[in-house]
Ligand binder design. Structure first.
Ligand code: ADP
Ligand code: MG
Length: 257
């Protein structure tokens, strides 16, 4: 039985300043519960692709379909701004490389988790606090830190808080842009373990951008390899990493050995 498609990009294209083709002719599908990695060198268009999928950058051509409540798919960039924001809020979470881009630095850790829940309709203070505490625990942030500002947290803890904030509203799709990018190796390992178990436990479909092939192998079922804005190779993660077909992928894999 094939799983439902929760995200589909077709013919996606994004050009900057009329000449930098950041993304070109991108086609792929993400199935429910699946983890897909996007690898490729810096400047290959990974972040731009994610921003188009997350509603942050309007593509110049192509479509982005996402499944909303009930499984129906909507064409993100055909919706008006209000409808698009609403569809994204319930369906999709985004984790930035830099936690500061995803957190509200002026509000407490608990507030960062509770805020998106308030927007989605939970108003009862006691209930919000309970849910926030539960999420802090799930991402291994001590409960006693609930009223502290994220700026007092370590980088790894800030990143775990950002993950809690993006998952708390219960999206079925999670996009992550180099989530372990700025972290020390030991901190990275802990974050990867946590991400892997959360994604599996919740069954969310995840698209994870990384330039680290080790991270890709650990987390991803399938891989997309990007080069100069295009997907030049796609397949099962182990296949792509153990038997790369495109010369570029062969070089990329060899350089990581
Ligand atoms: P990656 O995430 O793989 O490093 P990006 O998506 O950030 O790649 O960038 C792809 C290309 O698009 C690069 O050439 C980059 O300089 C360019 N680019 C990205 N964002 C912008 C922007 N806002 N304005 C102009 N050029 C951009
Ligand atoms: Mg990037």
């Amino acid at each position: 039985m094939s799983r439902a498609v929760v995200l589909r990009a077709s013919g996606l294209r994004k050009v900057f300043g009329g000449r930098v083709v950041a993304c070109a002719d991108i086609d792929f599908e993400l199935a429910a519960g699946e983890v897909v990695g996007i690898v490729g060198e810096s400047g290959s268009g990974k972040s731009t692709l994610l921003r188009c999928l997350a509603g942050l950058a309007a593509p110049d051509a192509g479509t982005v379909e996402i499944a909303i409540d009930g499984g129906e798919r909507v064409d993100l960039w055909q919706l008006d701004e209000v409808a698009r924001a609403q569809a994204l809020r319930s369906a999709l979470g985004l984790v930035h490389q830099n936690p500061r881009d995803g957190l509200k630095l002026g509000i407490s850790a608990g507030g960062n988790v509770a805020e998106p829940l308030m927007v989605s309709g939970i108003r009862h203070y006691g209930r919000l606090r309970e849910v926030a505490l539960d999420w802090l625990e799930r991402v291994e942030v001590p409960r006693r830190r609930i009223d502290d500002l994220p700026s007092t947290f370590s980088g790894g803890m800030q990143q775990r808080l950002q993950i809690a904030r993006s998952l708390a509203p219960g999206p079925r799709i999670l996009l992550l842009d180099e989530p372990t990018g700025g972290l020390d190796v030991s901190v990275q390992a802990r974050l990867l373990d946590l991400l892997r178990s959360l994604v599996r436990e919740l069954g969310v479909a995840a698209l994870i951008v990384t330039h680290d092939l080790g991270v890709a192998r650990l987390l991803a079922d399938r891989l997309l390899v990007m080069l100069r804005g295009r997907v030049i190779e796609a397949g099962l993660a182990d296949q792509v990493l153990d038997d790369p077909q495109a010369p570029y992928t062969q070089k990329l894999v060899a350089s990581m050995l």
